[in-house]
Write a protein that binds this ligand. Structure first.
Ligand SMILES: [Zn+2]
Ligand SMILES: [Zn+2]
Length: 265
C-alpha cells in the first residue's frame, strides 16, 4: 500500500527502540505504510540497548539498524572496544556503524574520550566495510579533522541531522559523505539548514526524522515518528524547487546506494 502521491520514502535515521515509539509500535508501522515510508534505519546509541535495536530491525523486513555508541553516552571507564563493534556489526541487519561523532554541546569538561571513541568507530567501519552514521554538534572542525585522519572516506557514510554551515557540508561531501536533513529544515528560523538543503547535490541527499525527537512542522514539539519524514522531504523539495516525488525517489535511491547491505538483507 502506497501513500497518497505514490512516492516512496526512506527514513534514514530514527530510534525505534525508544519508549515513545515502542508505546504503540504497530501504529508507527501502519503510519509508515499509509505515508509511503517504505523503509527505515533504526540507530544504536548504547551498548546496553543494542540488542533491543537489533530485535526491532529483525522484527520487520523493511527495517535495518546500526551498531555504535552515541557521543553523548558517558561510559565511565568501560569504553567500547573495536572488537566489540565488529562483533555487533556481523549481523546482516546491521548496515552501518554509528551513530558516532562529536558533540561538544551536550558534554562538558575533557572531551578526549569522545574523539577516541569516534576514531574507534571509524576504524570499525573500515574494518567491516560498512559506512558511518555521524553526529556532529558544535564540533565541526574536529569532526572533519578526525574523519580525514582516520580515512573515513574509505567507507563513506552520512552526516545525520545536519545543522552546520554549507562550508562544513561541502567539506564532508568532498570526503565522500552524504548529508541528511531532519525536521529542523521545516523550522521557520533554520536559515542555515535551509541554505544547505538548497545546495546539496542530488546524489548526496538523504532525509530522516531522528524520531522520537525533532518532529517537523506541523507536529513540532510532539513525539516524532518515521512517517513524518514526508514533511521533511516536502520542505526540502520546496527549497530546491523540485517535485516532491523527485526528492522522494532520489533520496530513496541514495539510501540503497549508500547502504548496500540493506539491499541484500
Ligand atoms: Zn544524532
Ligand atoms: Zn539519532
Amino acid at each position: 500500500m502506497l501513500g497518497l502521491s505514490g512516492a516512496r520514502l526512506v527514513d534514514s535515521h530514527c530510534h525505534l527502540d525508544f519508549p515513545e515509539l515502542q508505546a504503540d509500535f504497530p501504529a508507527v508501522l501502519a503510519n509508515m505504510r499509509a505515508n509511503g515510508v517504505t523503509h527505515a534505519l533504526t540507530i544504536s546509541t548504547t551498548l546496553e540497548t543494542f540488542p533491543a535495536v537489533l530485535a526491532v530491525a529483525r522484527s520487520q523486513p523493511n527495517l535495518w539498524c546500526t551498531a555504535g555508541v552515541h557521543p553523548d553516552e558517558r561510559r565511565d571507564g568501560r569504553e567500547v572496544a573495536l572488537e566489540e563493534l565488529l562483533g555487533m556489526a556481523e549481523d546482516p541487519k546491521v548496515v552501518a556503524i554509528g551513530e558516532t561523532g562529536l558533540d561538544y554541546y551536550r558534554v562538558e569538561g575533557d572531551t578526549e574520550w569522545q574523539r577516541e571513541r569516534f576514531r574507534t568507530h571509524i576504524r570499525a567501519a573500515r574494518a567491516c566495510g560498512k559506512p558511518l552514521v555521524i553526529h556532529t554538534r558544535e564540533a565541526a572542525e574536529d569532526t572533519l579533522r578526525i574523519m580525514r585522519d582516520e580515512k573515513a572516506g574509505e567507507v563513506g557514510g552520512v552526516m545525520h541531522c545536519f545543522t552546520e554551515t554549507w562550508e562544513v557540508a561541502a567539506a564532508a561531501i568532498d570526503l565522500g559523505f552524504h548529508i541528511s536533513l531532519s525536521g529542523i529544515v521545516t523550522f521557520k528560523n533554520a536559515h542555515t539548514v535551509k541554505d544547505v538543503a538548497r545546495q546539496v547535490p542530488d546524489a548526496r541527499l538523504l532525509v530522516e526524522t531522528d524520531s522520537p525527537y525533532l518532529a517537523p512542522v506541523p507536529y513540532r514539539g510532539k513525539v516524532n515518528q518515521p512517517s513524518y519524514v514526508r514533511h521533511v522531504a516536502e520542505e526540502v523539495a520546496r527549497l530546491r524547487g523540485a517535485d516532491f516525488s523527485a526528492v522522494a525517489s532520489t533520496t530513496s535511491a541514495n539510501f540503497f546506494a549508500l547502504f548496500p547491505h540493506a539491499r541484500a538483507a
